[in-house]
Write a protein that binds this ligand. Structure first.
Ligand SMILES: Cc1cc2nc3c(=O)[nH]c(=O)nc-3n(C[C@H](O)[C@H](O)[C@H](O)COP(=O)(O)O)c2cc1C
Length: 302
């Protein structure tokens, strides 16, 4: 059974990737996940030029069908995060460096710094739903998406992935702009803008009021986005949003994803989720007569 996959020049032994923001703020937690042996690649926490504390608590709430968070992009900044990457480099698992910035110049600086740290690819987070300046103000504007993608592509030689938001009128237009600008892959989706109110207190629960919804509830939104993008661009797509089982991943492959990322699923099923999802994918393929993962990609398009 061949479940290996390729995204641009990155070869993955299996199609599961740790999503940005989950157990990746330091080397220790990424190391734990990699050493369990099931993950195909890891994406780092989104890193900026300088350290950010993030928002005060509450920043994460578990809801019935998903997880709502407004962390506010807490991170140690690129100067300090470099040490964390150094500690996991030797583990032979591709590392995708996620970065955020407020303008093309910040993205250029961060992408050069990440490349110097020897990551295998970059993921540009243009889609955080709760930090306007670093998120949707950029990710909703197709021309800015193009400008930032072009700027980064001109300055690094490693593959550049663009992570898009579902909180837009047309994700297709944004994906096309990224492709035109030279992106090597699209990552879809980031969290869905959402809110939870405590009716006794009559106030939103999150300190930032609005957050990003992830987990099981958003899977149909992610699958729709991947399907729409796949009908309009040629570069590979990495599907993310709500995946907790091998069957969920297969849905994304059928929609057109060449690999998947898992974030909230780690909270639901623990750090062995990558191994479990891979064996569920293999079991499904065996049962349905597939020998290669690549034969499944995009089959839902008619
Ligand atoms: C607590 C938390 C923190 C996150 N932080 C980031 C981040 O720093 N950068 C980013 O691009 N996405 C971030 N995300 C979004 C995830 O990478 C992913 O796109 C989203 O959660 C949907 O996938 P899931 O349903 O598997 O969690 C975060 C998600 C959660 C739940």
């Amino acid at each position: 059974m061949d479940i290996s996959t390729t995204i641009s020049s990155i070869k993955l032994k299996n199609p599961t990737i740790l999503a940005s923001g989950i157990m990746d703020e330091d080397a220790g937690s990424m190391q734990r996940i990699i050493k369990r042996g099931g993950v195909g690649a890891v994406v780092t926490k989104s890193i900026g030029l300088t350290a950010r504390r993030g928002y005060p608590n509450p920043t994460v709430i578990e809801l019935e069908h998903g997880i709502l968070n407004a962390m506010g992009l807490p991170n140690p900044g690129i100067d300090h995060y470099g040490e964390e990457i150094e500690k996991i480099k030797h583990l032979q698992t591709p590392i995708i460096g996620s970065i955020y910035g407020a303008n093309p110049d910040e993205f250029i600086e961060l992408s050069r710094r990440m490349e110097d740290l020897d990551v295998d690819a970059l993921e540009l987070n243009l889609s955080c739903p709760h930090t306007k300046k670093y998120g949707l103000e950029i990710g909703c504007d197709p021309y800015l998406v193009r400008k930032i993608t072009c700027a980064v592509k001109e300055n690094v030689s490693i593959p550049v992935f663009i992570k898009l938001s579902p909180n837009v009128t047309s994700i297709i237009e944004l994906a096309k702009m990224a492709e035109e600008a030279g992106a090597d892959a699209i990552v879809a989706i980031n969290t869905v803008k959402a809110m939870k109110i405590n009716i006794d207190l009559r106030r939103p629960i999150l300190s930032n009021k609005i957050g990003g919804y992830s987990g099981k509830a958003i899977m149909p939104i992610g699958v729709r986005c991947v399907y729409e993008i796949a009908e309009n661009i040629q570069i590979p797509i990495i599907g993310v949003g709500g995946i907790t089982t091998g069957e969920d991943a297969i849905e994304y492959f059928m929609a057109g994803a060449s690999a998947v990322q898992i974030g909230s699923g780690v909270y639901y099923r623990g750090i062995d989720i990558f191994k479990t999802v891979c064996s569920e994918i293999e079991n499904w393929m065996k049962k349905h007569g597939y020998k290669k993962l690549s034969d499944l990609i995009g089959v839902a398009h008619i």
